[in-house]
Every structure is written in structure tokens, then in C-alpha cells.
Design a protein around this ligand. Structure first.
Ligand code: GLC
Ligand code: CA
Length: 572
């Protein structure tokens, strides 16, 4: 496609370098395909379901989609265990369907970022089937095999733990050795020290680039390089071994290699899942001149609020939350931020950050808080209509491998704790974000005509897309407005960031400024009245209202008593 058509039609095509860094102007919508839309009535979301909703995405105004894995997989971890990187999961459709989806996206000016899960494969991948068959199979070194310890060699080679609980090693009868799996035993870790493995990754990326994808979200990418000798980890009750593989010894070298042989040859974006990346070391991972990743997802705002695998949720601290976001806003100019509060691994932001009684206000307040920051914002499916946690799931209804493991382990080894664990899972399980998308008040929320693979949240009769589209005041239209506001907006894209009142426990107030223009963003995180005093720098400046989540917020900047979850942006 010539550059001319590219520019005039809004059609996108990334099959050429140099990189334009288009992601800096993107708002990315994450689709978890299993739960998005079912087109053929088997209860499982699929690619033709996505195709049927492309106009919906266009209407929302997003210009990129991150699609969670849709490759062939036995679904131990819903597609994060890939058995064939070059084909589509049976339940989701065919490569032709996929191509039609991509073309449909591109024709609407929407790019596609695919999930790249290459720290591990499925144990059903051909490489692993070969690898486990004998010690001298050519694929043996594609994975990490070690002899066991102890007299009979039945003790795991070291004390590392799986991020999904238990030992990170699985004994395999055929060759009487253990293989490493930092996640489930059906997700054996690839051996990135083997140059053939790295070449496979390059080939996979280029295969999809040639088909037209625009980039990759790189799953647990900071785990790929393990320290030589695989030493024992220092004691840690939850995750043992981290210090020996999170941004391990060859991490930078390996990522640079993939970038050089693939990512940099296309007008692409890569966003890495950034376990272990902090504001301090982010520069070494994402600065433009390193030729590694373009940006990363930080976990700090998630773990400061409540962490992924620990069982008891922490209390939300607005002070901490502001501090973390504010720190990330100070990344050097040659680095770029990713802005997200929801994805398929976390519970919904409702009711995590605000009371359900104010659902619409809270969702809109969060939209303002996050979308006015510098970086690329993500909207996770359902966030744009304020979908909430499904708190009353029973053991039989949980589908996530992690939820099930935690529940069953606790039941087995300390049943007394089960009520606490049930309560905590009601707040924190990954399942909350994976319940089917609520399209309408029809049976099964319009997601499917068949009983879905996991139950629909019963609140679908009140919270659904059809109602949101019929209500001018809906969260959907608010997102639409905010997304439109970001387009071509240099203050949001490039402006400086300044935090006011860091210690205030009720409100987040920050400023964005660029070329003499500025915004003051004020967001209340409480259902109580909250006092806001105009900062000195903003006195006598005639700030006028740009956007707010109440329809009668003060039109001029002044000292205020904010109402529950009120959020206002003033501009000068
Ligand atoms: C990432 C994914 C998560 C998956 C894990 C293992 O954290 O986001 O869903 O379970 O990697 O692939
Ligand atoms: Ca289906």
C-alpha cells in the first residue's frame, strides 16, 4: 500500500519501517476473546464475534486493539499456553477469519497488537513433545531440563516456586529429569539461551508482521533469561527465585536481538509485561535508543493497592496510588508510559476504587484520572460500560487455573481458612474480569445464545452495552468524549506533569502543561464531601471547565467542595 493511500484513507499498514511511534497517539482496547462475543452459539467468544463488534469499537473511538492470545492452545491458562504459534485456536475460528478481522480493523483505522507468549509454550507444543521424548532429541535444549536432587533424584533441582503456586519444577518419567515451569506445569519455560529458540521467536513475529499485525504485547517478557546454574532463591513465602530471572543476566541482549531482527523492521509497537520494572530501571528497558521494547506495563499501582497472588486484599490508599502514577509520569522524555487500571489479570476497578452506589460517577472519574496522564491508555473490554466484579462466584463457577488452585489447596491443607479465601477471591480473583461481556439485557447478556463458558454476572440486566448506547449520560459516551479529546491533543500527549497536594487522602489534583496551555485535573476518590482549594499557581488564571462527570460542575475554577467522586478538568 502506498503512503498516499495510507494517509488519505485512514487505513493502516505497518509492514514498513521506519517506526512512526504511532502508539503515542493510540487508545488501546483490550479484547479477551473467550469472553467478548460468541458468534456461533457454542458459549465461547470467537473471532467472528469480534468482527461483528468492530463498528462498536470504532464508535467508541479507540484506534488499536490488544487481543489476548487467539493461537492454538489446550487452554490450561486460556490461551497463555500456546501449542501452535502460527494458527488460530479451534474455538475461535480460522486464519481466514483472523485475516478478515484484521482487514476490518485496518479499514476502520484500528491497529492490532497481538499477544506474544514466548517465555513458555504449552506442554502440547510440538517442540515440547519432542523435547520430553529423549535427552538427545534435537529439541531437548528448547526447554530447561535438570536432574533432580536427593538420593533418588526426585527432589526438584532448586527451590523456585511457580507463580501459580507450588514448585516451579515438574518431574518427567520418560527421561527421569525435571523441567522448569514458572507458571503452570502445562506451561514449560523456553530456554532462551538457545539461539535456535530466539530465532523461532523472530520467525513467529515476522510471520504475523507479514500478515499485517501492528505490534505485540509481550507476556511476562522480563522472565526470559535465567541465571546460569539456576541457584536457589532467597526465602520468600510466596515467590521464590525471582532474583535469578526477573530481568536476568541476558535479558537486554536477547530482547535487543529480537528487536533488531524483527520489531524494528516494521512500523510496530511492543509493550512488555513489566514484572520487576520500576521507575528507576525503566529507562534501561524502554528508552528509544536501546532498541528493545517501546513501553511496559508497570505493576506498581496494582501491587500498591492489592497484590495478585497474596490472598488478603490491602486497603486502597489514594496517597500511594497518586505517588506511583506521579513517579511514572516523570520518566525521561525518550521513554513512554502505558496507562491501565484493568486487564484480564485483575479484578474490575469497580468496586476496587469507589463505591458501587456511585458506579457511573466512579467510572467516569477514573476515566478522567487516567486518560489525562501522559502515555498510551488502555481500556479493557467492559470498562467502558462500568462492568463490575462478580463477587458471588462459587467454586464450581471459577474458571481460572489460579483461583481453582488456591481454593483447592487451602481446602485441602487448612480448611479453616476457606471462608477468608472465599471472601478474598470475591474481591481479587482474575475471573472477575473474565466474565462474559454484557452486550444487552437479553438472555446470557447477548454474549451468546448458549450457556457461556463461564457465568454471566447477573447485573447484566442493568449494566450492558445496549442500555449504555441508549443513554446519553452513559459511561460509554463519557469514554467516547474523553478519547476524542485526546486526539491530536498536545497537552495530553507531550505536556509536563505536576502533582498538587500529594498528602491529601481524598482528592488527586494534577496539572498538565504544554506551550503556554494547561489543564488542571481534579478528581475526588471519596463518597464524602471533599475540599479543594485552588493551588497558588492557578489563582487569578480564569480556568474554565473542559469536562466533568457532573453536569452542573462549577464552570469557573474556584475553591470547591467536591461531591462524591466528582472529577473536573479546567483549562487555561
Ligand atoms: C501473564 C498473563 C496471564 C498469564 C501469565 C502466564 O501474566 O497476563 O494471564 O496467566 O502471563 O502466561
Ligand atoms: Ca463461539
Amino acid at each position: 500500500m502506498s503512503t498516499e493511500t495510507k494517509e488519505t484513507s485512514g487505513i493502516v499498514d505497518s509492514r514498513k519501517a521506519p517506526k512512526t511511534r504511532w502508539y503515542k497517539d493510540a487508545v488501546i482496547y483490550q479484547i479477551y476473546p473467550r469472553s467478548f462475543c460468541d458468534s456461533n452459539g457454542d458459549g465461547i467468544g470467537d473471532i467472528r464475534g469480534i468482527i461483528s463488534k468492530l463498528d462498536y469499537l470504532k464508535e467508541l473511538g479507540v484506534n488499536c486493539v490488544w487481543l489476548s492470545p487467539c493461537y492454538k492452545s489446550p487452554n490450561a491458562d486460556n490461551g497463555y499456553d500456546i501449542s501452535n504459534y502460527r494458527d488460530i485456536m479451534d474455538e475461535f475460528g480460522t486464519l481466514d477469519d483472523w485475516q478478515e478481522m484484521l482487514d476490518g480493523m485496518h479499514a476502520r483505522g484500528i491497529r492490532l497488537v497481538m499477544d506474544l507468549v514466548v517465555n513458555h509454550t504449552s506442554d502440547e507444543h510440538e517442540w515440547f513433545i519432542q523435547s520430553r521424548s529423549s535427552v538427545d532429541n534435537p529439541y531437548r535444549d528448547y526447554y530447561i531440563w535438570r536432574k533432580g536432587r536427593g538420593k533418588n533424584g526426585k527432589k526438584p533441582p532448586n527451590n523456585w516456586t511457580s507463580r501459580f503456586t507450588g514448585s516451579a519444577w515438574q518431574y518427567d518419567e520418560t527421561t527421569k529429569e525435571f523441567y522448569l515451569h514458572l507458571f503452570h506445569k502445562k506451561q514449560p519455560d523456553l530456554n532462551w539461551d538457545n539461539p535456535k529458540v530466539r530465532q523461532e521467536v523472530v520467525d513467529i513475529c515476522n510471520y504475523w508482521f507479514e500478515k499485517g499485525v501492528d505490534g505485540f504485547r509481550c507476556d511476562v517478557i522480563t522472565y526470559i533469561s535465567k541465571e546460569e546454574g539456576l541457584p536457589n532463591g532467597k526465602f520468600n513465602p510466596a515467590l521464590m527465585g525471582d532474583e535469578h530471572f526477573v530481568i536476568g543476566p541476558h535479558y537486554h541482549e536477547y530482547i535487543h536481538e529480537i528487536n533488531e531482527k524483527s520489531w524494528s523492521l516494521y512500523d510496530s509497537m511492543t509493550v512488555g509485561e513489566g514484572q520487576g520494572i520500576t521507575v528507576k530501571n525503566a529507562h534501561e528497558v524502554v528508552s528509544e535508543d536501546r532498541g528493545e521494547l517501546d513501553c511496559v506495563f508497570t505493576f506498581e499501582h496494582q501491587t500498591e493497592v492489592d497484590s495478585f497472588l497474596t490472598t488478603v486484599p490491602k486497603k486502597f490508599s489514594l496517597r500511594k496510588w497518586k505517588e506511583v502514577f506521579s513517579n511514572w509520569q516523570t520518566l525521561p522524555d525518550d521513554c513512554w508510559n502505558s496507562l491501565y487500571i484493568e486487564n484480564h489479570d485483575y479484578p474490575r476497578s469497580l468496586p476496587r476504587y469507589g463505591k458501587l452506589a456511585y458506579r457511573k460517577k466512579v467510572a467516569k472519574m477514573l476515566a478522567i484520572s487516567i486518560q489525562f496522564l501522559k502515555g498510551t491508555p488502555y481500556v479493557y473490554q467492559g470498562q467502558e460500560i462500568g462492568m463490575t466484579n462478580y463477587e458471588n462466584l462459587t467454586r464450581k463457577e471459577y474458571r481460572d487455573i489460579v483461583s481453582i488452585r488456591i481454593y483447592d489447596t487451602v481446602k485441602k491443607i487448612c480448611p479453616l481458612f476457606l471462608p477468608v479465601v472465599k471472601w478474598a477471591m470475591g474481591k481479587k480473583a482474575r475471573d472477575h474480569a473474565r466474565a462474559p461481556m454484557q452486550w444487552s439485557a437479553e438472555k446470557y447478556a447477548g454474549f451468546s445464545t448458549h450457556e457461556p463458558w463461564m457465568p454471566v454476572n447477573p447485573n447484566y440486566t442493568e449494566i450492558n452495552v445496549a442500555d449504555a448506547l441508549a443513554d446519553k449520560d452513559s459511561i460509554f459516551y463519557f469514554y467516547q468524549k474523553v478519547i476524542a479529546l485526546r486526539k491530536g491533543n498536545e497537552i495530553i500527549r507531550n505536556g509536563s506533569y505536576k502533582l498538587y497536594y500529594p498528602d491529601d487522602k481524598k482528592i488527586w489534583v494534577y496539572e498538565r502543561a504544554y506551550n503556554g496551555k494547561k489543564y488542571l485535573i481534579i478528581a475526588s476518590y471519596t463518597d464524602k464531601a471533599a475540599k479543594f482549594v485552588v493551588p497558588d499557581e492557578w489563582k487569578n488564571q480564569n480556568g474554565t471547565l473542559l469536562i466533568s462527570n457532573y453536569d452542573d460542575s462549577a464552570s469557573k475554577l474556584s475553591n470547591l467542595t467536591l461531591r462524591p467522586y466528582e472529577a473536573i478538568v479546567y483549562e487555561v
